[in-house]
Design a protein around this ligand. Structure first.
Ligand SMILES: [Fe+2]
Length: 208
């Protein structure tokens, strides 16, 4: 398994850079994962507090009706100021990238894998960031066998272990989903990372 450290556009269908603008690369035909490589702006103490509170926020955020106010309502408390500011930034980036007036926001504290099986998302695209703990895992297209995604399939052994990619805490990723306009049925195969007991994660996902 390799941490994400590749050239700006690798054969994996990955574009990665420390510049936020790399997220716009997702529009290219041969890019399936775009990663803004940055450190987490949210501290471990905030992740721990969110886990303690079992944070589970899910809402549609309308860009034209005060994003900051909406997030203040959804994620109240001074302890979460940096988290709100980052979710606002990512929401605005997502809306700008795709020219939409609102995004579906989920902020979830996790102590178990949410989606431990490999799967594809049946949406056009999803932005995700894990603020603390291990990040999501994904497979390049050529590492996916025909049987991997069959219902009930034991997935162990249906992919090359050495091809498994993993996001790092703080990195912002855009995954193409299964209903992306130009490549129906070719969404990025991914899963929640295995976690060890007591390991805490705080995950934000943004959907269009
Ligand atoms: Fe997913």
């Amino acid at each position: 398994m390799s941490a994400l450290r590749h050239s700006p556009l690798s054969p994996l269908g990955l574009a990665i850079s420390e510049e936020a603008g790399v997220l716009g690369e997702i529009g290219h035909e041969h890019v399936f994962v775009a990663v803004w490589d940055r450190l987490s702006p949210v501290g471990a103490d905030v992740v721990a507090l969110a886990c303690q509170q079992r944070m589970a926020v899910r809402s549609w955020v309308d860009m034209d009706h005060g994003v900051a106010g909406s997030l203040q309502h959804l994620i109240p408390g001074d302890a979460f100021t940096e988290l709100r500011q980052d979710v606002q930034l990512l929401s605005e980036m997502m809306a700008c990238l795709f020219g939409v007036s609102g995004v579906g926001v989920r902020v979830t504290a996790l102590e178990k894998p949410m989606c431990p099986r490999f799967h594809v998302d049946r949406i056009p695209a999803r932005m995700l960031c894990t603020y603390g703990g291990p990040g999501s895992q994904w497979l390049p297209a050529d590492a996916v066998t025909e049987t991997l995604l069959l219902p009930g399939q034991d997935q162990q052994g249906c992919y090359r272990e050495d091809s498994l990619e993993q996001l790092q805490a703080g990195q912002v990723a855009l995954f193409k989903g299964d209903t992306w306009r130009d490549n129906h049925g070719q969404g990025v195969v991914h899963r929640s990372p295995p976690v060890t007991p007591g390991q805490q994660r705080l995950l934000v996902t943004l959907d269009i």
